[in-house]
Design a protein around this ligand. Sequence first.
Ligand code: DHB
Ligand code: FE
Length: 285
Amino acid sequence: MATILGGIFSSHVPGIGGAIAKGLQQDPYWKPFFDGFEPVHRWLDQARPTTAIVFYNDHGLNFFLDKMPTFAVGAAPEYRNADEGWGLSVSPSFAGKPELSWHIIEALVAAEFDVTTCQQMLVDHALTIPFALAWPGTTQWPVRIVPIAINTVQHPLPSPKRCLALGRAVNAALRSWDGDDRIVVMGTGGLSHQLDGERAGHINTAYDRFCMDSLASDPDAMTAHTSLDVVELAGSQGVEILNWIAARGALGDSAGELSRTYHVPISNTAAAVMLLEAHDGLQLA
Ligand code: DHB
Ligand code: FE
């Protein structure tokens, strides 16, 4: 009997990895952000997940602009990180759970999400940084993973509505999984930021707060926007909120907010960490 425990939603700025490497967690610039993980660490100690379903976006390490799946599900026994050019040390590899990956893929395709299946897949900073934050100092990750990459890079992007529906279809798949996994869902990226062009440095605290306020209790509110609306509101990289929206769908209908940290800026972003517990997803199957 699988159990969905809750969700961790986190920024994934590569500079966080540099701060970890230099031990800057108590530095005034970084401290407010790193402090946001204290409740996450306490919760993980109690929740003891075995399995993580991770919604993130690849930035060119695994997929490039020539081949860009809208939704890609990892089905590999192992996922390696590699040098992306950010000056970060390469992360320890992540163990996969191909049998759960294929169960999710079968369910998604049956639900008419025609996903790309990846039996080999590199994972970039959008997955490794939130893991380094959630399990600091770990050389062997305590969970096996199913990575789900959403295209937030090359237009046309999927809509918030479609990403929430994808997450809900993953939730339905987890409900019909008869393994005894203790599942944490993760959504990475955001919040508002734009790295390039005339609006480089764009931050929209009002939209970020709307998303954070909606996440637990009314995620459908975020589906009123198209993905282009989100680019306008949150910035061209702020569309990474799509990963959060999908992850929220995977938690199930009812979820409660346990903690929230919002801190501007980290690098070019409005940085955020949220922890949600799943309600009606508990004790599934
Ligand atoms: C930054 C933010 C990102 O989401 C990313 O993928 C890379 C860099 C930044 O603000 O530095
Ligand atoms: Fe990013």
